[in-house]
Design a protein around this ligand. Sequence first.
Ligand code: EPZ
Length: 421
Amino acid sequence: MDSIVVKGGTPLNGKIQIAGAKNAALALMPATLLSEEPLTLTNAPRLSDIKTMTQLLQSLGVEVTSMQNGKVQVLSSHDMTSTTADYEIVRKMRASNLVLGPLLARHHQAVVSLPGGCAIGARPMDLHVSGLEAMGAQIELKDGYLHAVAKGGLKGARVPLRFASVGATENILMAATLAKGTTVIENAAREPEIVDLARCLRSMGAQIDGEGTSTITIDGVDRLGAATHPVVTDRIELGTYMLAPVFAGGEVECLGGRLDLIEAFVEKLDAAGVDVSETPDGLLVKRRSDRARAVDVTTEVFPGFPTDLQAQMMAMLCTADGTSVLEEKIFENRFMHAPELIRMGANIEVHGGTATVHGVDRLKGARVMATDLRASASLILAGLAAEGETVVSRVYHLDRGYEHIEEKLSAVGAQIERVSE
Ligand code: EPZ
């Protein structure tokens, strides 16, 4: 297993290219199951989760070709050989459940393993199931697998979501494109990745209105065609790298960064004493003084503060001036980075879904362990500001969502390297 070693204290200066969004690509790739024609994705990120989704789609008979060092993926589901998403793949990556809606819509059947628990929470699929059942699917749980059939195909329906679930919105949106009649998703998720998926589906011939708002209306069509679609910028990778100069000092330009993707996050950075300015190529970030100010953060569905940037923000607030209160409202167990940060000298009290961070002058390097994707990113960032050396183990978590993080950070001056243990 690899580890990453970071030596703190070097100010950063330069440019970091932000990649295409993992959480957009993981929904766009299954969309190929809706059409016999090829789907070409450009600006695709090169991540282990993308490889896992590729394996899953190939296990269903989809032909996946990567070109130009993985940045372009051509997917063709002309000759399907299976409609079963196997536990061995699904348990590695929850987003595998996004094949359920498309398989039901076009093949009228699917067998998809329940993902099982994950580090940050139980993450059930009740909203996915109830939405697809409202569209006429019969779904039952047997041996840990969802067995779904839609005799005669899916029908348009009104689908009110109890919670604005990203994955449930994506599964229902994809399924509705080929359903007979009109589907209205109420309290739909509004994340930029949903907007990106809707735009791709529209270019394949789907009739969709309202993406990015809480109500999405889809008029089913008989078939979808080919499309070429650029994957939207990864707002979570963007937010992660925007924090790097706040930890280490200096000034970094995040190429491809867009303010509209992370307004709630940038508002908190501004309150914490960080300058973010738009450039022709992206976003320029620099802290206003030697020490950030404490701010309170509550995670919410988009356009609120993203849960996927909570760990990184907490790490930054560990050395801010004052006390910050972070509330995690989306997942029930997403503070696993706190004990690791405490090993670096942070002063954090966790009670249920609330973490109180008392700013300390400086963190100290230590051996720490990555527990989930975004927690591991927060530990790398903390290492940039810590005194001495920080060794982050189990970085396979990182590789799921960050392309060569050590290369991108060392290119702007960080003392960081990957070592194999
Ligand atoms: C997506 O997960 C993202 N993953 C997550 O990013 C992100 O944290 C999450 O949305 C929230 O923004 C991908 O897009 C691949 P949800 P998803 O359904 O779709 C509960 C990362 O680090 N829920 O919006 O699984 C669920 O338990 C990952 O890149 C139900 O109760 O998120 C959770 O508490 C981590 N029933 C909350 O909703 C359901 O049927 C949010 O889940 C579905 C969800």
